[in-house]
Design a protein around this ligand. Sequence first.
Ligand code: NAP
Length: 477
Amino acid sequence: MLIDGNTRLIGLIGNPVEHTLSPVIHNGLSVKMGISSVYVPFQVEGEGLDQAVKGAYELNILGMNVTVPHKNQVLESLVEIDEAAKQIGAVNTLVRVEAKHGYKGYNTDMMGLRRQIQEDGISLKNETVVILGAGGAAKAVVYMCLLEGAGKVYLLNRTLEKAKQIADQMNRIWKDSCMTAASGLEENPEGADLSPDKVIPMLLADYGKIREQELIVFQATAVGLAPNDRQAVLEDAEFYKKIKTGVDLIYNPANTRFMQMVAEQGGKAYNSLKMLLYQGVTAYELWHDITIPQEIVEEVYVDLKRRVYKKDNRVLIGFMGSGKTTFGKALAGKLGMHFLDTDTYIEKQAGKSIADIFAEDGEEAFRKLETETLVYLRDHLENTVLATGGGMPLRECNARLLKETGRVFYLTAAPQVIYDRIKDSTDRPLLQGENPYGRICELMKERKSRYEAAADELVDTNSNDMEEILDVLSKPF
Ligand code: NAP
């Protein structure tokens, strides 16, 4: 993408912001649409929010996304608020309004979910809907249900008071409006606990009237989010028998426990990665006043999935002699995966050995090549065990890229074990110097904390027990 005097800046304000996936969507769209705009995250503390919004306007920033914890408070800094966002009470997208010298706020989370269900062919018209949860996201779901003409909406939450507040507010707003399709909300009158013994009897009071597989359920609690992905907020099979369509607002893991239970009882189950995609696409369309062609949306969706799910690659890092190649090849054989060694790959791409790259182009050129290789592998590698060069994870940007490529295992072993494994090799410069064992100890000590920071898991290989080590490396994640 050409960045020049005409390039427009778009930003995300929140705290924290470093884990955001939005740059994948927005910068991907800019590249694919040939639009010169750049999207960057800004970490903004609460007390600086108003100044940040006003400053952004003065800096001619085209638009902003707003994330946790500022989605509510930011309303106070806007010159205009979209009606839906006002009713939801949360804004996640700011669009520049020159005439008013400020930003207008939208809730594209709600719009994104709406586009997702429309694309997935889920109609809420006159349907009975259950929403699990009453946090910020649930509010957007409630509003969308009313907008889509749902017949009856049950809002169930652990903290009853929060569900009541939303139900009261929405009933008040919608009864006064001319939109009569929604009959309003009924909160959980029984208790504040989503445990089956409290919620199910309450729902069952109505289930007499509700046939099997009749409900559309949105899972909008935080329960089931990776890494606690073996949980669901409700476990009772009786509840799941009533569900014809279940939408989990969680998208990581791709197939949540809630979704699995919906499917086990014969219902259709969806996660909400498309909600994330479409909230971004909608914001981008608002900022640039365009409609993005569907084929470009789909391309960005593929990129997003790749980034979120890291596919099933397993990345092995560690000191030389830690067994990245030996265990990596055996692991690939055991799991029926491909095996790739980054050093071999780089040598093949460069058409010369790593020693020659160092000698002819210098270490900096080699490190640059490593990072470029990782960017490519992150975006293209699938079903692969990747063994990495010993120095690769030491650079912070490489460590991040490795995690985006797959699950990262740090193979550890004591210096003596490492020395015994490699002492007879003839191609390791480290062993040619004086006191190779001492040098190994020194380097391992130096690198330990950086390897640990780069890893998702540590795997002790001291035992040399192939079966035991492969068991750890091959367990599902
Ligand atoms: P939030 O405002 O913090 O609300 C969290 C909700 O989860 C509340 O209803 C809370 O109940 C409930 N909860 C948390 N832990 C619970 C537990 N152990 N047992 C029962 N209920 C529990 O969060 P949010 O912004 O609404 O987000 C909710 C979910 O939606 C998150 O998983 C988030 O990742 C997802 N989300 C997805 C998208 C997307 O684009 N797909 C967008 C936004 C959000 P209490 O009220 O009782 O605390």
